[in-house]
Design a protein around this ligand. Structure first.
Ligand code: GUN
Length: 293
């Protein structure tokens, strides 16, 4: 069994990005600039955004954090999005989700210029992804593809079972793995909460992508010997013996599943660190106008 070290891989890729930034500086071109909009006080969102901004600093990008109170109006967020769309110094930006209930996330996402949508959430980018056209890939699926590629995991002809059909992970992952591409050519089964006998599908999988948001959902008896298991879950479960009173567990019962796997990602330290790296790679692409020429 090989543990896929997302933390180490992410650090390696950040070094590669930092080297690219040095080249950009040396050639006198504009340094990549990412802006992040954080609305309200959601503690998890604050941690994620802080992480993104810090990562920018680490690789030499410019970053701008725009914090706004939870009672900001939808119109004010739209105005901010338009301002960022028009700001030539900003290569790409994200609006951290979830937004407060009174703000329509769909309306905000649609207002983002697809050329600056480094989250890859705008329907234009989602559509381009589905058609295999140049686009910004959503961070989590992009990070998973990068892990598969860098660990030399063959995907062609393999049966991939994706568990969970969210717009930002399960659905794009199922499309990307099935495409005729380097880390594609899988036969994909997309399973979800209404799937009948989900364990039977999981047991047939060469590759499992667990993204259902249920702690330790994938048990040892749901996994074939030699399978590759990618755990996207980040679930807080109570742990009175831990300093914070909780611990993070994935969507996979790691201790039962790991001994059966050829490759598996841990939680934490697996998929999580790769998502920020993906965002940085998308921002670098935006800076170079690689997607929309
Ligand atoms: N909330 C959870 N994940 C993400 C993400 O990748 N981007 C944004 N903008 N919000 C999120």
């Amino acid at each position: 069994m090989t543990l896929i070290d997302g933390k180490a891989l992410s650090a390696t890729i950040k070094e590669e990005i930092a080297a690219e930034v040095e080249k950009i500086k040396a050639s006198g071109n504009k340094v990549p600039h990412l802006a992040a909009v954080l609305v309200g006080e959601d503690p998890a969102s604050a941690v994620y955004v802080r992480n993104k901004v810090r990562s920018c600093e680490k690789v030499g990008f410019k970053s701008t954090l725009l914090k706004r109170p939870a009672d900001i109006t939808e119109e004010e967020v739209l105005e901010l999005v338009h301002k960022l769309n028009d700001d030539d110094d900003i290569d790409g930006f994200i609006v951290q989700l979830p937004l407060p209930k009174h703000i329509n996330e769909e309306r905000i996402t649609l207002a983002i210029d697809p050329r600056k949508d480094v989250d890859g959430f705008h329907p234009v980018n989602v559509g381009r992804m589905a058609l295999g056209l140049p686009c910004y890939l959503p961070a989590t699926p992009f990070g998973i593809l990068t892990m598969l590629e860098r660990y030399g995991i063959e995907t062609s002809g393999k049966h991939a079972v994706v568990i969970g059909r969210s717009n930002i992970v399960g659905t794009p992952m199922s499309i990307l793995l099935s495409r005729k591409s380097k880390t594609g050519n899988c036969t994909v089964t997309l399973t979800h909460s209404r799937t009948k006998d989900l364990p039977a599908f999981a047991r047939e999988a060469d590759i499992i992508i667990a993204a259902i948001g249920i702690p330790e959902f994938v048990k040892g008896d749901m996994v074939k010997e030699g399978a590759v298991v990618i755990d996207v879950g980040i679930n807080r479960v109570e742990a009175p013996d831990r300093p914070r009173g909780y611990k993070l567990v994935g969507d996979v019962a790691f201790d039962e599943v790991a001994p059966k796997c050829s490759f598996i990602t841990p939680v934490p330290g697996g998929v999580g660190p790769m998502t920020v790296t993906s965002l940085l790679l998308n921002t670098l692409k935006a800076n170079r106008n690689e997607v929309y020429r």
